[in-house]
Design a protein around this ligand. Structure first.
Ligand code: SF4
Ligand code: SF4
Length: 366
């Protein structure tokens, strides 16, 4: 597993690429990372491009973050590529909707859709002894991880480590969701198996405008005015969760601790924003608190939140039906019906619904 490190937190209240680049340079110097990418390095940028959405909705990494990072890396002499595996839709279409095309052409960034696969066989992995990843995520000299700060219905938050789940190509993601079911700790171990093999050299978090509530796609944008940098993704995540005032560590932070990926003694961020968390606590996603309730069937029905479809918002596009890992959704009589007996509460449907028509909440059902 990659080692630990500390983080640099800075304030930034708008998406001015020059300001963001200055903050990144300051963070790299403060953390001693300014020589970690060299002239001629082939660098893969990994933003959060879960789906094609307007940057103002705070679903995806903002294009000005990518622009700022491209400025800094171009100064280092790096050769830049950018890749991801969106939840649905082509990477090209997602780049267009997310406003990234101008940045890509300005910096001549090579776009690498995560289609070609490579199988990693590692019997030391926690869960995924055989792990199919995007070949690009394994082949570049260096990866720069550009996560978005968001709450997450299943995992509590999506920050640097969770962003690497996007290195699993296409429908293979659904297979892992199906295996994990609603066991958040099992899912966390899968993600750390990915992290072991795809360890970014920089993790630069876009927390200027993040998302609270029903993240990662249906929540509310909120200005946190935070930029956070670290060479160690789990350390960055843990410190960001504390900074945000999470009432308890998420499964990913707990797993990071049990794997020894966090420093043993007190560790903290440096930088202007390190000691100034937001005044108001972050609103957690609806599903996060109860998704791990150990459950007999009745308890599960009552205590584990379930996806609910708003008929007034639903466009009957069937994206949820096509991507439900357990295949328990179908279109019947002009409405989407869920077989709650077989629903594994992975909330992929809520994550991928392009119209925000799925909420997660309590309800008695089968
Ligand atoms: S993805 Fe959303 S809008 Fe599309 S069918 Fe499912 S609930 Fe309706
Ligand atoms: S209905 Fe939604 S929460 Fe249930 S298994 Fe399908 S995608 Fe997961």
């Amino acid at each position: 597993m990659p080692g630990s490190g500390i983080a640099y937190f800075d304030f930034c209240d708008n998406y001015d690429a020059l300001k963001i680049a200055a903050s990144l340079r300051a963070g790299l110097t403060a953390l001693g990372l300014d020589k970690s990418i060299k002239n001629g390095d082939q660098v893969l940028l990994k933003p959060n491009l879960i789906m094609g959405k307007d940057p103002q909705l705070a679903v995806t990494t903002h294009p000005e973050i990518v622009r700022a990072v491209a400025m800094v890396l171009s100064d280092c002499g790096a050769r830049l590529s950018l890749g991801d595996s969106p939840g649905f839709g082509s990477l090209d279409g997602v780049l267009e909707k997310c406003g990234l095309k101008p940045v890509i052409s300005e910096f001549a960034i090579t776009v690498v859709p995560f289609i070609d696969e490579k199988v990693v066989v590692d019997t030391e992995n926690l869960v995924a002894k055989r792990l199919t990843l995007a070949a690009a995520a394994l082949e570049f000299d260096k990866i720069v991880n550009l996560p978005k700060l968001k709450t997450h219905s299943m995992m509590g938050s999506t920050l640097a480590v969770k962003n690497l789940f996007g290195c699993v190509p296409g429908l293979k993601k659904a297979a892992w969701h199906l295996r994990a079911g609603h066991d958040r700790h099992f899912f966390a171990r899968i993600i750390f198996d990915i992290y072991k093999h795809v360890a970014p050299v920089w993790n630069f978090l876009d927390g200027i405008t993040g998302m609270e509530g029903d993240g990662p796609t249906s929540g509310t944008p909120r200005n946190f005015n935070l930029l956070a940098l670290s060479a160690a993704a789990p350390v960055l995540d843990c410190l960001v969760e504390k900074w945000l005032g999470f009432p308890e560590p998420t499964p990913l932070s707990l797993e990071a601790e049990s794997l020894g990926l966090l420093p043993e003694t007190g560790f903290f961020a440096c930088g202007p924003a390190a000691d100034k968390p937001p005044d108001l606590p972050i609103q957690q996603a609806q599903g996060a608190a109860a998704a791990t309730f150990p459950g007999q069937r009745l308890w599960r029905r009552i205590f584990v939140k379930r996806p609910k479809i708003s008929r007034s918002r639903c466009h009957l596009c069937r994206v949820c039906v096509q991507h439900c890992p357990a295949q328990v959704m179908k279109l019947v009589d002009a409405k989407i019906v869920i077989d709650y007996k077989r629903c594994i509460r992975c909330y992929c449907c809520q994550e991928l619904c392009p119209y925000g028509a799925i909420r997660v909440g309590f309800g008695i059902g089968s």
